[in-house]
Design a protein around this ligand. Structure first.
Ligand code: HPA
Ligand code: ZN
Length: 321
């Protein structure tokens, strides 16, 4: 019997790993007034009606990150949790614009994250890739400026993504940003088809030339698109617990993951914003295994799909397989 590949995390927002304890501690340290009375009070707010209701809380809480060490600490705590859950490779995304637009210097936010990622393999046995995600509900020109600034300053990162409020912010708006990334050899992913229509998945493929899609659930509404995703083996980084908490699906038992597998789509399971949605990647896998009666063969497919979708070279891919 073949051994299973290790866990590979491909869809994780670093700011979504801030646990309530971390947020309250950092607020106290940095003298920031948050409207929450306690860790319990903050945790009790983790009830969301849609993506925007989550984003409002997520963006409010990042205000506790001020110093370079805060950014490093966020990443160390994530890596520790990932290691405990069996993760061996993690491609993490950073919403850098959120920090620069509130006055945090680029070197502080980016540098702090980089400091921690640079020791991830040695300290935690986890290889990493860093994806800078742009916010689709902020001006595309701001994203392009930031990307150019990162490139000219020689910042070390591996790819770009597109996230935040999806409805009414089509991928087409970011064609130039993705073209800059492509010209500089950066890897490309984008959120599409979480709340936005299947058409946004098409745009991400045709206009942004993405190499994988974050979420992609609503592709299922378009049969021709499903056939294309299967034919072109486009990876979809799906986040089941996130989908339940943000009401993309009603209950985990109705998650379309098995349907996607049965179509032959290249789906894998990830966590999105684990501190907010009730589970890291290992817990997402347990949740679908239990609720969807995933077979051992299907679970192996999910794990192998993640390895195949990772932005790694052939040697690392072979090691992970
Ligand atoms: N969707 C879109 N944008 C995000 C998310 C998400 O789940 N998490 C953080 N930014
Ligand atoms: Zn996401």
């Amino acid at each position: 019997m073949s051994t299973l590949p290790p866990l590979v995390e491909l869809h994780l927002h670093l700011e979504g790993t801030l646990e309530p304890e971390f947020i309250m501690r950092a607020a106290r340290k940095n003298g920031i007034d948050l409207p929450w009375a306690s860790v319990e009070d903050l945790r009790s707010r983790y009830e969301f009606s849609d993506l925007q209701s989550f984003l409002d809380l997520y963006y409010a809480n990042v205000s506790v990150l001020r110093e370079r060490e805060d950014f490093s600490q966020m990443v160390y705590e994530y890596l520790r949790r990932a290691q405990a859950g069996g993760v061996r490779h993690a491609e993490v995304s950073l919403d850098l614009q959120v920090h620069t637009s509130r006055g945090v210097p680029l070197e502080v936010a980016f540098g702090g994250v980089r400091d921690a990622l640079d020791v991830a393999e040695e300290r935690y046995g986890i290889t990493t890739r860093l994806i800078i995600s742009f916010l689709r509900d902020r001006p595309p020109a701001e994203a392009a400026d930031l990307l150019r600034r990162l490139i000219v300053t020689g910042a070390r990162f591996d790819g770009i993504g597109l996230d935040s409020a999806e409805a009414d912010y089509p991928p087409a708006l970011f064609t130039e940003v993705y073209e800059i990334a492509r010209q500089h050899g950066l890897r490309r992913t984008a959120h599409a088809g979480e709340e936005g229509p299947a058409e946004y998945v098409r745009q991400a493929l045709d206009l942004l030339h993405v190499e994988r899609i974050d979420h992609g659930n609503r592709s299922l509404e378009d049969d021709a698109l499903v056939q294309r995703l299967v034919r072109e083996r486009v990876p979809l980084a799906v986040c089941p617990l996130s989908n339940v908490r943000l009401r993309v699906v009603d209950v985990i038992e109705e998650h379309p993951l098995v349907r996607m597998l049965e179509h032959g789509m290249q789906v894998s399971v990830h966590s999105d914003d684990p501190a907010y949605f009730g589970g890291y990647v290992d817990e997402n896998l347990v949740a679908v295994r239990d609720a969807l009666a995933i077979t051992p063969a299907q679970e192996e497919t999910l794990l192998r799909n993640a390895v195949d979708a990772a932005f790694v070279d052939a040697d690392r891919r072979a090691e992970l397989h």
